[in-house]
Design a protein. Structure first.
Length: 643
């Protein structure tokens, strides 16, 4: 029989083996409770209390807690699909810190941080991928051919100008300029940083396409810089217009040099970059490669507070004032890289998954059937993956994997591939291997989670607490909270039978507080209300009739609670409404009552007391239904943590 996603929930009690060092502290309804679980919850509860309970007092509450959990299981709550899914999700989330190999992940992050300490000149020839696998194969073949030409001595810049599809660098012979770590696909970045100056790379595949790189210079990372600027546009202008822009920028330069403090004001009034002009010419922090090269080089080269001479770019003439700079924030960069690795789109994610699989396979005797995988790969390569492929996995099952002695076949893989539709070729092989890898990883992770239940008390106790706590919540909703809240007739009878318990010490004003925009609308409301005979429908009809015109609020308040009600019902001073929309206020069905008229006047209190009735009745049933036996000797040995 195959293991399923329910492992660790329906069979949770079986999964937790009671070792000699973890004796049974009590048995409730036939379920044995280990000392470690009781001790964990007792100490956690004690940390949250000002006046701590004795162990004996807590034991009584704990018995009831376990009885309610037992009742939830008897009601089948733990077998409901939604509940099982939620518990499985929590189990997986709780296990993630134990499953992650922090050393391996940190090493990958360290590699990225080392790259971030430098900037490098990148040159490449690029062919963009398409959605057609066949076309992509031809593009890869073309990239291999171009690499051969380059290795034979062809000039990189000339080949880039002729063949590269990256328009931003094509005209410059493939030159991308200085790049910083973290802004490009990892596959590209690793090669760009590790390639020696003047050295040629092999073909590099990224999600975007196929690249051939030429190694460039390195320099220390410069971080980010912040500047203000004044721009006079030349882009799209004729010679006369460009000459006028130059004359204007020279004039503005003389103004700000004579009075540097005027830079913000001059930029606001004269800069033709409207976005920054509104901020006195201030631009957000920017790093290498985020601005055109001329602007970038001057901005970083200026001393703090210095103002540049006019700088020509493709956009026009700029005057730049440097505000300051920040070095690379390597800690933030490191955190960003670790976050990126969690995405399946990041190639390092596959490395982490493979490392995890290799590690878990050793512990849990995991293996994949190479012969079966080779046969499936050949079939995917030649025929693709479609519904017939998936059906064949089940109809002609072949051995696929083993974990902890449990055997899995291609039939177990099939449900994961129902929606696959990949044409024949390398993409189909890649999709197949990805599905197998994910399937294998799932089985290894389940095995590791079962192992954690036996070996990690914190994991076991937290999971047990969450599962039992969720069961307690669901059964309490059924047996007490919803049962009391939804029993309208029962609530009314309970109130009538216990009226003396709901006395007031102060009079209450009751009715509907109405706020209207003027006396005319107020009069219309009163006339409309008088024509409604059914009081139970009155407020609903009023709200529907005067929607967005007036405001209606049911009130039941004592003196001093609401200033408008005080004025209308208790002789208080007139009030100026806070909302300018409403200037007139009055009460419908106003009255002052000395005690509750019906259950709705004290519904919260009555519902709470009514729930207590159900709670007490339920607990009496539980004590008869689920006998509890406490091992007093073990109970006395429970350790209390010192705060």
């Amino acid at each position: 029989m195959k293991k399923t996603a329910a492992v660790g929930l329906g069979t949770f009690a079986l999964a937790v083996a009671f070792a000699a060092k973890d004796p049974v502290i009590m048995t409730v309804g036939g379920e044995k409770v280990p000392k470690s679980e009781f001790e964990y919850l007792y100490n956690k509860n004690a940390e949250q209390q000002v006046n701590q309970q004795t162990i004996e007092e807590y034991a009584e509450l704990f018995k009831l807690y376990k009885m309610k959990v037992a009742d939830a299981r008897a009601a089948g709550i733990d077998t409901v699909s939604k509940f099982k899914r939620e518990m499985e999700e929590y189990r997986h989330d709780l296990a993630k810190p134990y499953l992650a190999d922090s050393t391996f992940i940190n090493n990958l992050a360290d590699e990225a941080v080392e790259r971030a300490k430098e900037e490098v000149v990148a040159r490449h020839i690029m062919l963009f991928k398409t959605r057609d696998p066949k076309t992509n194969r031809h593009l890869r073949e073309k990239a291999d051919s171009l690499l051969g030409v380059l290795k034979a001595g062809a000039d990189f810049a000339e080949v880039a100008r002729a063949e590269s599809q990256d328009r931003s660098s094509k005209s410059r012979g493939g030159l991308m300029g200085w790049i910083v770590a973290g802004n490009f696909p990892v596959e590209f970045e690793e090669v760009a940083y590790n390639l020696g100056e003047g050295k040629l790379s092999n073909v590099v595949e990224t999600p975007m396409g196929y690249h051939i790189l030429l190694g460039g210079k390195h320099r220390p990372a410069r971080g980010k810089v912040q500047v203000q600027h004044i721009l006079k546009l030349t882009q799209g202008k004729d010679e006369a217009g460009q000459a006028k822009a130059l004359q204007q920028i020279d004039s503005l330069y003389n103004v700000v040099i004579a009075n540097p403090e005027s830079f913000s004001e001059v930029a606001s009034k004269n800069s033709e970059d409207p976005g920054s002009a509104r901020q006195g010419g201030m631009l957000p922090l920017f790093g290498t490669g985020e601005m055109v090269a001329e602007f970038d080089s001057v901005s970083f080269a200026l001393p703090d507070g210095a103002i540049s001479k006019p700088v020509k770019t493709a956009y026009g003439y700029h005057i730049i004032k440097k505000i300051g700079s920040q070095g690379p924030n390597l800690n933030a960069f490191r955190s960003q890289q670790i976050a990126r690795m969690s995405s399946p789109q990041d190639p390092r994610h596959a490395k982490i998954r493979k490392q995890q699989n290799d590690k878990l396979a050793k512990r849990h005797k995991g293996s994949l059937d190479a012969k079966t995988i080779a046969m499936l790969e050949a079939k995917a390569l030649n025929s693709g993956i479609d519904s017939l492929f998936v059906v064949s996995l089940s109809e002609n099952p072949m051995p696929l994997a083993k974990v902890e002695g449990e055997k899995y076949s291609t039939a177990d893989l099939a449900p994961r591939m129902k929606k696959f539709d990949v044409p024949a070729g390398e993409n189909a092989v890649e999709a197949l291997n990805s599905a197998i890898d994910a399937f294998y990883n799932t089985k290894l992770v389940y095995a590791e989670e079962d192992y954690l239940l036996k070996t990690e008390p914190d994991y076991r106790n937290l999971l047990k607490e969450y599962v039992d706590g969720s069961l307690l919540y669901e059964i309490s909703v059924q047996k007490v909270w919803d049962r009391a809240a939804k029993d309208t007739e029962g609530l009314e009878k309970f109130f009538e039978a216990n009226r003396d318990n709901y006395k007031w010490t102060e009079p209450h004003a009751k009715g509907y507080l109405v706020q209207a925009p003027n006396d005319s609308v107020a009069e219309q409301i009163k006339i409309f209300a008088a024509g409604i005979e059914d009081n139970t429908e009155k407020i609903f009809k009023l709200r529907e009739e005067f929607k967005n015109v007036a405001q209606f609020d049911r009130v039941l308040v004592t003196k001093g609670t609401n200033a408008m009600v005080d004025n209308l019902m208790f002789g208080g001073d007139p009030v100026t409404p806070q909302s300018q929309k409403y200037t007139v206020y009055f009460m419908l069905e106003p009255r002052v009552i000395m005690e509750p008229e019906d259950v709705s006047d004290v519904k919260g209190m009555v519902t709470s007391d009514y729930q207590n009735e159900f709670q007490n009745s339920w607990e009496a049933e539980l004590k008869a239904k689920y006998p509890a036996v406490v091992n007093e000797k073990v109970l006395k040995s429970v350790s209390r943590k010192k705060n």
